[in-house]
Design a binder for this molecule. Structure first.
Ligand SMILES: NC(=O)c1ccc[n+]([C@@H]2O[C@H](COP(=O)([O-])OP(=O)(O)OC[C@H]3O[C@@H](n4cnc5c(N)ncnc54)[C@H](O)[C@@H]3O)[C@@H](O)[C@H]2O)c1
Length: 337
């Protein structure tokens, strides 16, 4: 059953545990243009049969202006107009770019998402942040504009590579750490193989985990307060991601590990070992050796940084994330230990 969630300027209809074709029932079929990437298209071709479909190259490297331009050229070829609905079917790259194109094509057309990665299902598709990268700067250009709908069809996960399951579980663990101790307990009791094999448990977990993000965004759509908590693990994570060619999940997993240690130093947080063990159960890295000075340099350009400090997301306890200002000098000291 579709559920409606209100955001400040618009509503998003959600269908958890739906079927791909339910999306077409929502809109006029001949006015739909699907946007997907090569991997998703190849794995699920039959779903796109007889549909207007734009297939982009897969991967973060293509979340750029040239891809936007190419999509717009194809929309013009398809004679897409203000009645058109764009449906992004893919991971965060596809949904970020689809939302962005929909926001600017003809000054804005309707759009919806069918996320196909764990990360997309619980995180990237939710919250209306759309955009692209510019050079080394991630998500430098974009807007906040909520999709008309988000549809979950968990059968699409059958083709998802193990690496992407790991990436997605980093965000699942993140949401549990900052907001839901009971979910963290459930995660502690299982591992990644359990969820890959157990479709029902995965569906329940994804639904509950996505609900955490929906609630945070509803409360603070424009990131003045609580939405910042979603950056748990991301401050150091982003500083390491490109430098060491880590996947996003690996980078934020390392970021969460050190954020727990910093939480211990600053707030007396007692459960670092539990978080570290849980990350390891989902085949994610934890402690790592890296160049602290180099990481600090990148971190100082983080969107959350101010002149001499950064707003760091720490844990008071499992299930309770907090924002604390940490001076750069103190952070360098901590990271150099
Ligand atoms: N807008 C937001 O709020 C938000 C939040 C978090 C992340 N993001 C963005 O999300 C992006 C990362 O998303 P991602 O991790 O989903 O990466 P992705 O979109 O690059 O997908 C990862 C890989 O999995 C493949 N893939 C996707 N679904 C598949 C399926 N079902 N079967 C087989 N292969 C499949 C893709 O082709 C790609 O190679 C980043 O650009 C990040 O900035 C956005």
């Amino acid at each position: 059953m579709w559920q409606t969630f209100n955001f400040s300027k618009s509503k998003t209809h959600f269908l958890f545990n739906g079927k791909f074709n339910d999306a077409i029932k929502l809109v006029n079929k001949k006015d739909v243009v699907f946007i997907t990437d090569e991997n998703v298209f190849n794995a699920h071709q039959i779903k796109f049969k007889n549909q207007n479909c734009i297939v982009i190259k897969a991967g973060e490297a293509f979340k750029i202006q040239q891809t936007v331009d190419a999509i717009i050229d194809q929309l013009i070829e398809f004679k897409a107009n203000r009645q058109t609905t764009l449906i992004g079917v893919g991971g965060g790259v596809v949904t970020d770019i689809t939302g962005y194109v929909a926001s600017i094509y003809m000054r804005g057309v309707a759009f919806g998402f069918i996320p196909t990665t764990i990360l997309g299902l619980v995180d990237a598709s939710i919250g209306g942040k759309n955009g692209i990268d510019v050079g080394v700067y991630k998500n430098m250009v974009g807007n906040i504009n909520q999709p008309n709908f988000i549809l979950h069809d968990y059968s699409l996960l059958q083709s998802l590579p193990i690496k992407e399951w790991q990436n997605g579980f980093a965000e699942i663990i993140k949401h549990a750490c900052i907001k839901d101790a009971a979910m963290f307990n459930t995660l502690q009791q299982h591992d990644i193989d359990f969820f890959i094999k157990n479709k029902k448990a995965t569906a329940q977990l994804i639904h509950a985990n996505a609900a955490i993000k929906i609630k945070v965004v509803q409360k603070d759509e424009f990131e003045k307060g609580d939405r910042k908590l979603l950056n748990f693990g991301h401050t150091l994570g982003h500083a390491l991601e490109n430098q060491y060619e880590l996947s996003h999940g690996e980078a934020i997993s390392i970021g969460m590990t050190y954020a727990c240690e910093l939480s211990h130093q600053e707030l007396g947080f007692k459960h670092t070992q539990q978080v570290v063990n849980t990350l390891a159960q989902y085949q994610l890295p934890t402690y790592a050796s890296f160049n602290a000075k180099k990481a600090m340099k990148i971190l100082q350009h983080d969107k959350k940084s101010e002149e001499d400090a950064v707003n760091y997301i720490l844990l008071q306890k499992i299930g309770k994330g907090v924002i604390r200002k940490i001076e750069f000098a103190k952070l360098l000291d901590f990271l150099s230990k």
